[in-house]
Write a protein of this length. Structure first.
Length: 397
């Protein structure tokens, strides 16, 4: 490593952001465990008024938290002086103005002078610091006490951490998109993670992903979530359709299962990783598929629809992204797809009709090399995307 790389490495700031996010998650989980009814409407805010803050159901600050994950530094009096000013500045926002709750989270032991209205956070009994490598152990302990059913603790923790990471990225994206430019802290103050979102994950069934069991666990996740929703709805027709679908899914061998999962998730490359598993087995994705196969009964032998004029496949595509972006992702994933030879239409919960994925993904110009266009597997046969409403009216059958 050069001296410049050593000095300017992003690892320090990056790990600091991770640390404060995990500290915020730990505090929220402990509050949920200690008094779930009291903190029912509470939420976690990252990098707004402090490194993280806890808000009550009325939008008041219940507690403020500052985090430091720095090697070797044990004196933070300069920070504590600033904190005293922050308490006064944000007094109107505090739930308890006379006894503000201000906590300091640190990766090493720090002595805080009694003149400061700030408390070292108790990570464990008589331990007021937590090294970065130990915070996930504490999170797992809380999750073990809070989760319901047979969910895997590490899988739940990964899902909870993903909520925090997504919040950070979404806030940063809003900062990039702000016109005219808006201060990042102002945007952060408009963002909150409700405790209720964390409770949903704690109450969900999340099996553990382990290398080698990818397809089996994928099949299990789809079957369990489909079955659970069918039970919740209590619709006899939907129950029958889901039962037939589950039975057929159970009959798929590994190769058939991988092809099916790839087909209904055409944007992603299906690889045996936890991140891939988490994305394509998300509750939202499986709900999209559930809606399609209960509303439009499948040809269960091939888990698709064969109409008089076309062959159509259900998908987990949703309207969370623009149709153009979806087409670009599908086109970019073409090396892993056999769609052009087998299907004419992908049916999804998208907002717009796509006549031809390849054309929607590209702007063809006179200067573009024709070889790139001709070599596309989508050039073999047109494949389009149908909205759910278009599938319903039947004009593309």
């Amino acid at each position: 490593m050069t001296e410049r790389e050593n000095i300017n490495s992003a690892i320090g700031s990056w790990s600091g952001f991770i640390y404060q996010g995990l500290c915020g998650l730990l505090v929220a989980l402990r509050m949920i465990r200690d008094e779930p009814d009291r903190y029912k409407g509470y939420s976690l805010q990252l990098d707004g008024f402090e490194d993280f803050s806890i808000f009550d159901e009325n939008g008041k600050i219940f507690s403020l938290h500052q985090c430091k994950c720095v090697k070797g530094k044990t004196n933070y009096d300069d920070e504590f002086d600033k904190i005293s000013e922050k308490i006064e500045t944000n007094k109107d926002m505090l739930q308890d103005q006379d006894h503000p709750q201000y906590y300091f989270h640190c990766s090493c032991s720090v002595v805080i002078d009694s003149k400061y209205a700030i408390t070292a956070y108790p990570f464990e009994t008589d331990k007021y610091f937590c090294e970065p490598g130990d915070i996930q152990r504490l999170l797992s302990q809380e999750i073990q006490a809070l989760k319901t059913g047979d969910s895997n603790t590490e899988a739940v923790r990964a899902a909870l951490e993903a909520i925090v990471n997504t919040e950070v990225l979404n806030t940063q994206q809003k900062y990039f998109d702000a016109r005219p430019s808006e201060r990042l802290w102002k945007i952060s103050r408009k963002q909150n993670i409700p405790f209720s979102d964390l409770k949903i994950i704690l109450a969900s069934f999340l099996p553990c992903y382990a290398p080698g069991d990818f397809l089996l666990q994928m099949k299990t996740a789809y079957i369990l979530q489909m079955d659970e929703r069918a039970e919740e709805e209590g619709d006899a027709d939907n129950r029958k359709r889901i039962d037939v679908f589950i039975n057929q899914l159970n009959c798929l061998n590994q190769d058939e299962m991988r092809k099916f999962i790839q087909r209904i998730n055409p944007k992603e490359r299906i690889i045996d990783t936890h991140d891939c598993w988490r994305v394509i087995a998300s509750k939202e994705r499986i709900n999209y598929l559930y809606n399609l196969i209960t509303e439009f009964p499948l040809n269960y032998e091939s888990l698709n629809w064969k109409t008089s004029n076309s062959t159509q496949t259900p998908s987990t595509l949703g309207n969370d992204e623009s149709t153009t972006r979806i087409c670009k992702q599908i086109y970019g994933n073409q090396a892993n797809l056999d769609l052009p030879w087998l299907y004419d239409w992908i049916v999804g919960h998208v907002d717009e009709h796509v006549e031809d994925i390849e054309k929607a993904a590209h702007v063809i110009t006179n200067t573009q090399e024709t070889g790139t266009y001709d070599n596309s597997i989508f050039h073999t046969k047109k494949v389009g995307i149908l909205t759910k409403n278009e599938k319903l009216d039947g004009k593309f059958d």
